[in-house]
Every structure is written in structure tokens, then in C-alpha cells.
Write a new protein. Structure first.
Length: 248
């Protein structure tokens, strides 16, 4: 569970996040959408404990994020950044790093079995012994997702998890995240593709210029809202229970 109360955040002089308040319940799958620079990554980083926030503004499982130490936070929250630099390690070892918050002086059988399970989940077995720097961008992205899953945290924060993925892998990852949210894991992603967002997420949060412009289910995905958000005309279609968008 993530609770945000009147959160302001500034890198420099001007606030990038302005008076954000929201409650994300256990097992929700929230998709943050909005134009480039609207604050999606910044908001996710404040939830991940990566950016310093004021006290009493971000609560994780009803505790102020300030009250967690590093390992405790990593057992509760797994975060996959929009892009990251990495050491040239093997895929297996990169995923094993997700077990760091649990590992004492050496990894246990359980740590290894969790790594094997998530490698299979993301279809990475065949490249488990390849070096991360020799993989395609999409394969690297799946390794980072696997590493986050190995953390076995109750909250998953992912910044554009499908950005480098082909259509099938994008759908697989979104379906996996949806299945995880159905088991009670809270999932928050930033995502640009409105069709993916509305199809997989059970709540959409529209960010505009650092404020929540609108949030809710597919009913907020109107052509008016999308036009205000992106200054672009789209046609909204409904077929059966699916809503989808095509730029005009
Ligand atoms: N490290 C930083 N230092 C200073 N300003 C930053 C920093 N990171 C982001 N910003 C600024 O904060 C604002 C929000 O950036 P953020 O990365 O959160 O946007 P975003 O919604 O994730 O955009 P995108 O869709 O391009 O990923 C932008 O104006 C950006 O220039
Ligand atoms: Mg971003």
C-alpha cells in the first residue's frame, strides 16, 4: 500500500511535483501516463525512496518512508528504472542481485531457486549465462524486470517496463504484471502507450505538469482528457469491453 500526501518535489528551484495526493491499495495495478517531462519518473522515484521527500508525504504500508532502512525498503519495494547503467555481469548474477536484501554471507538454496523461477518466468533460461552487455535492449530490460521480481517485494515500481520490448514481450510483461497484481502485489508503472495502459491497468493516473490531472478507470480516457493532456486529437473506440484510441 502506498499513500502520498500533499507531496511537493523540486530538483532545483521549481517544483516538479506539485501537491500530489493519492492512495494506492494492495493489489492495484496503476499506470501513470502523461507527456514527456510531466513528472512520471520523478513520482515513481519518490515512491521508491530514491529521491529525498519531506517527512509525512510518502507512506509505505502505513509507515513513513523515512522510517525504513535500505534493506527493509528493498524487501518491500522493487524498482526498475527507465534506463540504467550496469556492470558486465552474467544474467544469472544480475538477477541474483535482486536477492541482496535477503542474503547473509552467501546465497542460499532458496535464493538460487527464486532466481531460477524468475528466469523461467521471463523466458531467460537460454541466456542465463550470457553477459548483460552483450544482450539486446529488450533482453536487458527483461533481466532488470527479473531482478526486481527476485526481490519478492509486495510493491513493484517500473518506469516504462515495455519501452524496449517487441509486441509479444510487451504483452507478456504486462500480463505478468497483471497476474502479479491479482495475487496481491501492488504494481505501479509509467507507460506511454494508452492502449496498453487501459487494457492492463486497473487505474490510470494522468500526470500533467507535475499535478494529477485525472485518475480513475477507462472512463477517464476520453478524447477531451487526452486532447488536454497531449494537445493531440484522438478517436476513442469501444468494442465489447475494450476501449482503444487512434490518433485522428
Ligand atoms: N535529475 C534531475 N535534475 C533536474 N531536473 C530533473 C532531473 N530529472 C528530471 N528533471 C526534470 O523534472 C521534470 C520531470 O521529469 P521526469 O523525468 O519525471 O518526467 P517524465 O514524465 O518521466 O518524462 P518522460 O516521459 O520523458 O520519461 C522535467 O522537467 C525534467 O527536466
Ligand atoms: Mg520518465
Amino acid at each position: 500500500m502506498i499513500e502520498i500526501k500533499n507531496l511537493d518535489f523540486a530538483y532545483k528551484a521549481d517544483n516538479v511535483l506539485k501537491n500530489i495526493s493519492t492512495d494506492i491499495k494492495k493489489g492495484e495495478f496503476v499506470g501513470i501516463v502523461g507527456p514527456n517531462g510531466s513528472g512520471k519518473s520523478t513520482l515513481i522515484k519518490t515512491m521508491a525512496g530514491i529521491l529525498p521527500v519531506h517527512k509525512y508525504s510518502v507512506f509505505i504500508n502505513e509507515r513513513d518512508i523515512h522510517s525504513y532502512n535500505h534493506n527493509e525498503l528493498a524487501r518491500n519495494i522493487a524498482y526498475v528504472p527507465q534506463s540504467e547503467q550496469f556492470y558486465p555481469v552474467k544474467v544469472f548474477d544480475a538477477v541474483l542481485m535482486g536477492r541482496k536484501p535477503y542474503i547473509g554471507w552467501a546465497p542460499t538454496k532458496k535464493d538460487h531457486s527464486v532466481v531460477i523461477r524468475v528466469l523461467k518466468m521471463l523466458e531467460l533460461e537460454d541466456i542465463a549465462l550470457s553477459f548483460l552487455n552483450e544482450l539486446s535492449g529488450g533482453q536487458q530490460q527483461r533481466v532488470f524486470i527479473a531482478r526486481a521480481l527476485a526481490q519478492e517485494a509486495g510493491i513493484l515500481l517500473m518506469d516504462e517496463p515495455t519501452a524496449n520490448l517487441d509486441l509479444r514481450h510487451a504483452l507478456d510483461v504486462l500480463q505478468l504484471l497483471k497476474n502479479l497484481s491479482d495475487t496481491g502485489i501492488t504494481v505501479v508503472i509509467a507507460i506511454h502507450d494508452l492502449n496498453f495502459a487501459v487494457r492492463y491497468c486497473n487505474r490510470i493516473m494522468m500526470l500533467n505538469n507535475g499535478t494529477i490531472f485525472s485518475q480513475g478507470g477507462s472512463e477517464i480516457m476520453t478524447s477531451e482528457n487526452i486532447k488536454k493532456l497531449y494537445k493531440t486529437n484522438v478517436k476513442v473506440f469501444q468494442q465489447d469491453s475494450h476501449v482503444f484510441f487512434i490518433p485522428e
